[in-house]
Design a protein around this ligand. Sequence first.
Ligand SMILES: Nc1nc2c(c(=O)[nH]1)N[C@H]1C(S)=C(S)[C@@H](COP(=O)(O)O)O[C@H]1N2
Ligand SMILES: [Mo]
Length: 299
Amino acid sequence: MLIRRPPDIPASEITGESLYQNRRAWLSTAGVTLAGLALPARARAWGGDDKLTPYDVVTTYNNYDEFGTGKDEPAKHAGGLKTKPWMVTVEGDVKKKGSIYLDDLLKGIPLVDRTYRMRCVEAWSMVIPWNGIMLGDLIRKLEPGTKAKYVEFTTLLDPKQMPGQESGVLGWPYVEALRIDEAMHPLALLTTGVYGKPLPNQNGAPIRLTVPWKYGFKGGKSIVRIRFLETQPRTTWNIAAPQEYGFLGNVNPNVSHPRWTQKEERRLGEFFKRPTLMFNGYADQVGQLYTGLDLKANF
Ligand SMILES: Nc1nc2c(c(=O)[nH]1)N[C@H]1C(S)=C(S)[C@@H](COP(=O)(O)O)O[C@H]1N2
Ligand SMILES: [Mo]
């Protein structure tokens, strides 16, 4: 089993402002970021600006265990993954079932640009300008039935292309899932690009899940199957270590990982640690999904 720990972040990654730090990127997120927030106070409490993490860091410091467990390995080894043509299979309690080319699956769904804070369970974080679609738009297009309470996402299983799958560090293929109400939330995306460019393979090309209020492990990469289920599916990290990785995987500074605190985080490119915020700072938008739930027991 793979033992996760917060890594030391080399000084070479302490970099300045990014090229893409422009008005367009921020405008595109304004609707989401500003909704319901008393922004100036909140922004100061948060510790200043959320500068974009530079493209070269976003695309060379990755977790994608199918291509090796070193942060630099996915960028080195994922280049050969064949992502075109790409088929996705839709299964379960849903009207539009079957295997479909990715382009056809996404046809007619509006593209969105969203800059999100992303928080890994290993206590580092980035700010990433994603391009993709709202997951809810796709779900509505697929027309799930009334029994569909969960949506499951499965990564490609192909040890020939993904050498990490020859090892037993995790169960393969990588599986992640959301409750359907979480999946319908407008912040939940399927992303196909970053910084306005097609998603590099190491970031999960050609399509991956992006859920900014949850730990990064919830964001399954290179998805080939979407299933609509009545009962909660088992998910990869939850199977590997259920006491460490809950099904929900919501960012929660009050629930420590058994081996390290989640109260603070290292933003890649910054020297000082920042406090970690409830739901990764998206509490005003997503908090109502969990009303009445004991978030210490349901982590
Ligand atoms: N298939 C697959 N998806 C995965 C992972 C993985 O190992 N395999 N790692 C997860 C983890 S732990 C994180 S933090 C994010 C990292 O995404 P990024 O490399 O695009 O920043 O991908 C997630 N999705
Ligand atoms: Mo992660």
